[in-house]
Ligand binder design. Structure first.
Ligand code: AMP
Length: 420
């Protein structure tokens, strides 16, 4: 072991488990690609102000969890704690919203960084796949995103997840509710930190995970009772579109989520096998975010699904994602001449799309066959000295154990036909 370890709150993705992470990313991305979302990639760090303004000055993410640093050139940057604000920044900067084709639909996949207290399912470096639909106000778009997330989880085989749905209102009705909630919170016996939060962002107090705080919130006014007619109608339309598509969800009037930019539709995917870190993904509408970061009015909606927790959810349900064996053919040369010949054949197999690997390091037969077994290959090719003299190679079916000699020149055609 080296003297270095992965930093606290991080872990490495190593084969063979890392294949699960790729499978999860792919399962989430596939329905998006199929629905008009184009791939977007932004830097892993941004100007710190983007997140302070975009995510919200009073959120835990901004006040406690950001990795902030100053460059030698004096720029104040932050490793991205989330990607929505960065995507919107990129779209505005490139004027994609002016190309006349709204909504701009994009998806991303990548690392996020939050200085959190690490525990199972909560890391300082984690990975999300996300989707954003920028520049359109249409309940069908909100429904589309929820349906696509649901579809990707189902495609992975997940069943024990629930969709929580709420509306956070808009700039007409939310301030009225905010004031009512603030009045209510001021009358409660809360600790100083929480009272301060109630003054800056009272909705976030509803999100407090502590049971004693939750108990005091039982009679808190509900946003549902304050929604304006436009928000009510919008939310009803989202709900009925989901119902029509057979997507099951639960109305959760206390769902607020940890970021300030959400308006109207808000949702979270929770998995019941994950203990306290049960949220596997979440998102919602963020109609005001563009203006918050200096852009024009661009009503938008999006989500981010956590790759790490989705893998944990698969494990909790005992699901092994369908991962094809990485290697179909494993070649074992015995001797120099055999090495040259089989190396050429392996290269040719690979060019023809057959996944092939090779016994490196001059191993003897026994050690090489062990490596062949470990590779998971269906077929092994063994070329020894006697075979060489006869112009043949031994082809072994690792499943049946059956072994036959075939001509060296038939290797590629034979394996291609066997592997179909
Ligand atoms: P958020 O951006 O906080 O809405 O998070 C969206 C999703 O990202 C969550 O539902 C989690 O699956 C995942 N996530 C957020 N924070 C962490 C973390 N610290 N460690 C692992 N996954 C996380």
């Amino acid at each position: 072991m080296s003297t270095f370890k992965a930093p606290k709150g991080t872990y490495d993705l190593l084969p063979p488990d890392s294949a699960k992470y790729l499978a999860v990313r792919e399962a989430i991305a596939a329905p998006l690609r199929n629905s008009g979302y184009g791939y977007i990639e932004t830097p892993g760090f941004e100007n710190v102000e983007l997140f302070a303004r975009g995510v919200g000055e009073s959120t835990d993410i901004v006040t406690k969890e950001m990795y902030v640093f100053e460059t030698k050139g004096g720029d104040r940057l932050a490793l991205r704690p989330e990607t929505t604000a960065a995507v919107l920044r990129a779209v505005l900067e490139a004027n994609l919203h002016k190309a006349g084709n709204l909504p701009v639909k994009v998806w991303y996949s990548g690392s996020q960084y939050r200085y959190e207290r690490p525990q199972k399912g909560r890391y300082r470096h984690f990975s999300q796949v996300g989707a954003e639909a920028i520049g359109a106000e249409d309940p069908a778009l909100d429904a589309e995103l929820i349906i696509l997330a649901d579809q990707s989880y189902r495609a992975l085989g997940l069943r024990n997840f629930r969709i929580l749905l709420n509306s956070l209102g808009d700039k007409e009705c939310r301030p009225v509710y905010r004031a009512a909630l603030q009045d209510f919170l001021r009358g409660l016996d809360l600790d100083e930190d929480t009272l301060r939060r109630a003054e800056i962002n009272p909705l976030r107090v509803l999100d407090d995970k502590r049971p004693d705080v939750q108990k005091k919130l039982t009679d808190a006014p509900l946003l549902r009772d304050y929604l304006c007619d436009a928000c009510k109608a919008y939310h009803e339309e989202v709900r009925s579109l989901l119902v029509a598509q057979g997507v099951v969800f639960e109305d959760d009037t206390k769902l607020v989520r940890g970021l300030d930019y959400y308006t109207r539709t808000t949702f979270e995917f929770v998995h019941d096998g994950l203990g306290s870190q049960s949220a596997v993904g979440g998102g919602g509408r963020y109609d005001g975010l563009s203006e918050m970061i200096g852009g024009p009015s661009l009503p938008s909606v999006g989500w981010a699904l956590g790759v790490d927790r989705t893998v944990l959810a698969l494990e909790a349900e005992g699901i092994e994602p369908d991962i094809p064996s990485a290697t179909s053919v494993f070649a074992v040369p015995l001797g120099e001449e055999a090495r040259r010949i089989l190396f050429a054949k392996v290269t040719e197999l690979r060019k023809n799309g057959v996944a092939a690997d090779f016994s490196y390091g001059g191993k003897g037969l026994k050690a090489a066959m062990k490596a062949a077994n470990r590779s998971g290959a269906r077929y092994t090719l063994v070329l020894g000295e006697r075979d060489l003299a006869e112009g043949v190679v031994q082809l072994k079916d690792m499943e049946s154990g059956e072994q036959i000699a075939i001509g060296v020149n038939e290797i590629v055609a034979e394996l291609e036909s066997r592997l179909g």
